[in-house]
Design a protein around this ligand. Structure first.
Ligand SMILES: [Zn+2]
Length: 501
């Protein structure tokens, strides 16, 4: 029997073989870790008996190949059950030749859905297999993969009947495709010129973003609207992202391929495994990987534990999370755009409220929790002011909808991709500082004057200088200019106001 095992986000073909010989009744199972072995053996035996079949009371050896592949989860149950019945001479397997079969068995013989069906089917396709049988509850998800014939089954009884030619497998449910739910739109945000501009530049250059400001400054509203101005995911990215939600078990039933960049906003009390992934058995991706190709938003970022913040550092650098597992290492992709929001002080009183009694030291300490490795990677650091009544009442204020901004972002991104085509960088955020300071890309002295002055006065760090350069290129891309001018550089320094303060 053919099945698929998952390691991280990647599926691997697994062969399940069974030998039934005379001898004392015994089940030996190899190629599985001990705990899963016992569970699978008991589940499969009960399911076979409760599907009206006889359990062969002989010496049964079950083997899962390749032995070197770490295997977890319960998706091998059906394949094991069929292999045992075939080994006992009860079931001719010709009908399942060249078919990948995945599914967990309940004790009563019902077939239970499993996590990660989408990457499993992708693995089958990669191995040249075009037919799969999956739990009926996972059939719609399996059918998202183009070029594969999907059949579902709800019970082991049905599958056995199909093999013997007396039953039919089920077609994937053909329900109406769900309309993608429109996320929040920038048109809902009143005012917030600086904040709007910050997320537009962040989106255009794929820059990480930190927003400092009192409650009511719109930080959360803006962060939740960043995905609405990012481009759609291409085919490859859509499959990657959907596969991660499939493994997490949070893909809505009947949902189409996820085409929009996701947003994850874990609470500051989230544990490290919730953030980066983990759990027993088949590892679950954390918020960081569920935000892959999208936005990871840490609201009230200084409230996250130092351990949690530290756990993000390496994955942000590598674009992937490595989890240490009992059976070896598991890797999930994690290329995210990071957005941090922070109140200026621990009491989080609205600005202008006289009740805040936080000392300057307390405020520095509070934001200091973010400094260091994490904040170091963030190009845009802006301070946001709370909305004034005058702005709220201004009827002439233009509130651009997300679609208009997304259009500018797409053009700017295309310009950056074209410029860096040779080294292969996909956005300005990826360009190393030394490249921007090298002969080919150095900007004239007159253009750099505003940022040189800050540097000379010690108000900007050397690293901050490179970040200003990167932002200036993105701002020029948004304006449709070939090269940044002095105005672009000026605006770029404004987007480092958080550091300058
Ligand atoms: Zn305070």
């Amino acid at each position: 029997m053919l099945s698929v095992g998952l390691v991280g986000v990647r599926g691997h073909l697994v062969e399940v073989e069974a030998d039934v010989a005379s001898g004392l009744p015994l089940v030996a199972l190899s190629g599985l870790p001990d705990t899963a072995l016992h569970e699978a053996r008991d589940r499969v035996r009960a399911a076979i008996v409760n599907s009206g079949q006889a359990w062969p009371n002989r010496r049964i050896t079950i083997n899962l190949l390749p032995a070197s592949l770490p295997k977890s989860g319960s998706g091998f149950d059906i394949a094991v059950a069929c292999a045992v019945l075939a080994g006992a001479g009860e079931l001719p397997l010709a009908a399942l030749h060249g078919v990948v079969v995945v599914g967990e068995l309940g004790l009563d013989g019902r077939v239970q859905p499993v996590r990660g069906v989408l990457p499993m089917v992708l693995a089958a396709i990669r191995a040249g297999i075009r037919r799969v049988v999956v739990p009926q509850a996972n059939a719609a998800e399996a059918a998202l993969v183009p070029g594969v014939t999907v059949r579902g089954t709800d019970t082991l009884h049905r599958l056995i009947g199909f093999v013997r030619g007396s039953e039919r497998l089920l077609d994937p449910p053909a329900g109406p495709p769900l309309e993608p739910v429109a996320g929040p739109d920038l048109a809902d945000v009143v005012g917030q010129g600086v904040g709007r501009r910050a997320i537009e530049v962040a989106a255009a250059g794929n820059h990480h973003l930190a927003m400092m400001g009192p409650p009511g400054a719109g930080k959360t509203m803006l962060a939740h609207r960043l995905p609405s101005i990012l481009p759609d995911l291409d085919d490859e990215a859509a499959l990657e992202v959907t596969a991660l939600y499939s493994i997490a078990g949070t893909l809505p039933a009947g949902a189409p391929l996820l085409r929009r960049p996701p947003l994850q906003a874990p609470h500051h009390s989230a544990s490290v495994p919730a953030l980066v992934g983990g759990g027993s058995g088949l590892a679950r991706p954390g918020a960081l990987s569920l935000a892959h190709r999208g936005v990871l938003f840490l609201d009230e970022a200084p409230e996250f534990s130092p351990r949690a913040l530290e756990s993000l550092r390496q994955p942000l650098e590598q674009g992937a999370v490595s989890l240490r597992r009992t059976q070896g290492e598991t890797t999930f992709p994690a290329r995210v755009q990071l957005v941090l929001a922070a109140n200026p002080c621990p009491c989080a009183k609205p600005a202008g409220d006289q009740v805040c009694e936080c000392t300057a030291l307390a405020r520095r300490r509070y934001l200091g929790r973010l400094s260091g490795p994490l904040l170091d990677r963030i190009d845009i650091q802006v301070g946001l002011d709370p909305l004034t009544t005058a702005v709220l009442l201004d009827e002439h204020l233009v509130q651009e909808p997300s679609a208009v901004v997304a259009d500018r972002v797409a053009k700017a991104r295309a310009a950056a991709v074209a410029r860096w085509a040779e080294p292969g960088w996909r956005s300005n955020a990826e360009v190393p500082g030394p490249v921007l300071r090298s002969a080919g890309w150095r900007l004239p002295r007159s253009v750099l004057l505003p940022v040189r002055q800050l540097l000379d006065r010690g108000e900007l760090s050397a690293r901050g200088y490179d970040r200003v350069l990167r932002l200036a290129w993105t701002i020029a891309d948004l304006a449709g200019r070939d090269r940044p001018d002095r105005g672009d550089v000026c605006e770029a320094t404004e987007l480092r106001r958080g550091e300058l303060r």
